[in-house]
Design a protein around this ligand. Structure first.
Ligand code: MV4
Length: 448
């Protein structure tokens, strides 16, 4: 095991990683920006090091700042968390060139999954279901018209360099294709410096289902079931749960096998997530693979009795997966995560930074709060608006919902607006209670 690890992130995930390292007996060094000097992660860390000014480009996104911080403090490894440099192959190579271990997959796996068209073609080759569409990148608008004609409208044009909903354009019918094709290419070039696009049939009102995987350097690869992340707004997830109300044991097994085929094909090592769309008729299609730990990992932890951050660290240290005995087990109970953002969900989710004047965190049975906030903490306007994750567990979905309602009622954050009222609203909706959700849930309810 490592003696010392650099935590190259901030907020709740930096706190989460510090805690995992301390439980493993590893010295946790938190790298922080000037804006984050007075944060919980810095306070809880064994050591800390300032890596630059508030703007992320000069701190959390600066590869030289992070690699030199690790070297300076004698850390053997870097944990990137999520966001920032978590899926940056250059950081992986720079770390390795300096004798440091990147706690995550290899640079090649990141690159192969980073190009969404390459990822899709790779999955097709190994017979993982993908949405019907073009064979590789589109060469012309004529080809786009022909492929759309064969798969049927509506279709969607996607940027190869996109992902997470960026660089997507829906096309209703052929009259819109020429303009859409040109616009999609121009947008892709402007956003990613790469105008390659491909085309898929548009799946109407799907669910977003993702499979958590773990793979180690000893050839072990397991999946830990699914998360249903269908409640999203503008591609920002707001609520995630496991198991999905839409998944049967058979479907879980099939999607788990598909996810593991992807893992084996790219020689993936570490924790990762394989994203699928699940159509209303129950067909699943590979979308993309996220080569990082995700914000919503705790729901999987609660229904599989695992610690995914510790698993990542163990795997990076060359140890075998510690929870191999959990593979193939049905989920235990039900977990729901509510993302508490410093946003005014009653005014179009506008950011609401500021000082937390009073704070009452929920507790009691089946309640977990992953957060870096405290009374008096000033939520900076500079970074992501996530200030806490409330994760509830119950023996079944009904108990998890009841606990969620109870915990959200206990949760009080004064001084700023948050998404707590939004979550209370969701838990009161009959369609949500019935498990009837899709990726358009929020726009269908007029809350976009
Ligand atoms: C789609 C789709 C419908 N049909 N692809 C958006 C994020 C990226 N991972 C894939 N996305 C979508 N791809 C086809 N062929 C609908 C979406 C989509 C979506 C997917 C998951 C979660 C939320 C979403 C919100 C809007 C659109």
């Amino acid at each position: 095991m490592f003696e010392k690890v650099l935590v190259a992130n901030r907020g709740e995930i930096a706190v989460r990683i510090v805690r995992a390292l301390q439980e493993l007996g590893v010295c946790a060094v938190v790298a922080y920006s000037e804006a984050d000097r007075d944060t919980l992660a810095v306070q809880l860390a064994d050591e800390s090091i300032c890596i630059g000014p508030a703007p992320a480009m000069q701190s959390y996104l600066s590869i030289p700042a992070i690699v030199s911080a690790a070297i300076t403090r004698g850390a053997q490894a870097i944990h990137p968390g999520y966001g920032f440099l978590a899926e940056n192959a250059t950081l992986v190579r720079m770390a390795e060139a300096n004798g440091l271990v990147f706690i995550g997959p290899g640079a090649e796996a990141i690159e192969r999954m980073g190009d969404k068209n390459v990822a899709r073609e790779t999955m097709k080759r190994i017979s993982v279901p993908t949405v019907p569409g073009s064979d590789g990148p589109l060469q012309s608008a004529e080809e786009a018209l022909a492929v759309a004609e064969s798969v049927g409208y509506p279709v969607v044009i996607k940027a190869s360099a996109g992902g997470g909903g960026r660089g997507m354009r829906e096309v209703e019918d052929q009259s819109k294709m020429l303009d859409a094709f040109a616009a999609a290419k121009a947008e892709a070039m402007a956003a990613f410096g790469n105008d390659e696009v491909y085309l898929e049939k548009f799946i109407v009102r799907p669910r977003h289902i993702e499979i958590q995987v773990l793979a180690d350097t000893h050839g072990n690869a397991i999946h830990l079931g699914e998360r249903d992340c269908s409640i999203q707004r503008r591609h920002q997830k707001l609520l995630e749960e496991s198991p999905s109300p839409a998944i049967t044991p058979e479907l879980r097994q099939q999607m788990g096998e598909a996810a593991l085929a992807a893992v084996r094909e790219v020689g993936y090592v570490s924790a990762g997530t394989v994203e699928f769309l699940l159509s209303q008729s129950g067909e699943f299609y590979f979308m993309e693979m996220n080569t990082r730990i995700q914000v919503e990992h705790p729901v999987t932890e609660l229904v599989t009795s695992t610690d995914l951050i510790k698993e990542q660290v163990r795997i990076a240290a060359g140890l075998p997966i510690g929870c191999l005995d959990r593979a193939g087990l049905p989920p235990h109970g039900h977990a729901i995560e509510f993302r508490i953002n410093a946003e005014d969900s009653e005014r179009g989710f506008i950011p609401s930074p500021g000082t937390i004047t009073a704070l009452r965190l929920p507790g009691g049975p089946g309640v977990r709060v992953d957060t870096h906030i405290y009374q008096g903490y000033a939520v900076p306007p500079t970074y992501d608006s996530l200030i806490a994750k409330l994760i509830v567990w119950g023996v079944d979905r009904d108990e998890a919902i009841a606990r969620g309602k109870r915990a959200l009622a206990e949760f009080k954050v004064d001084g700023i607006q948050t998404t707590i009222p939004f979550h209370r609203w969701v838990l009161s909706q009959n369609d949500f209670i019935a498990g009837d959700v899709c990726t358009d849930y929020i726009s269908l309810h007029g809350l976009e």
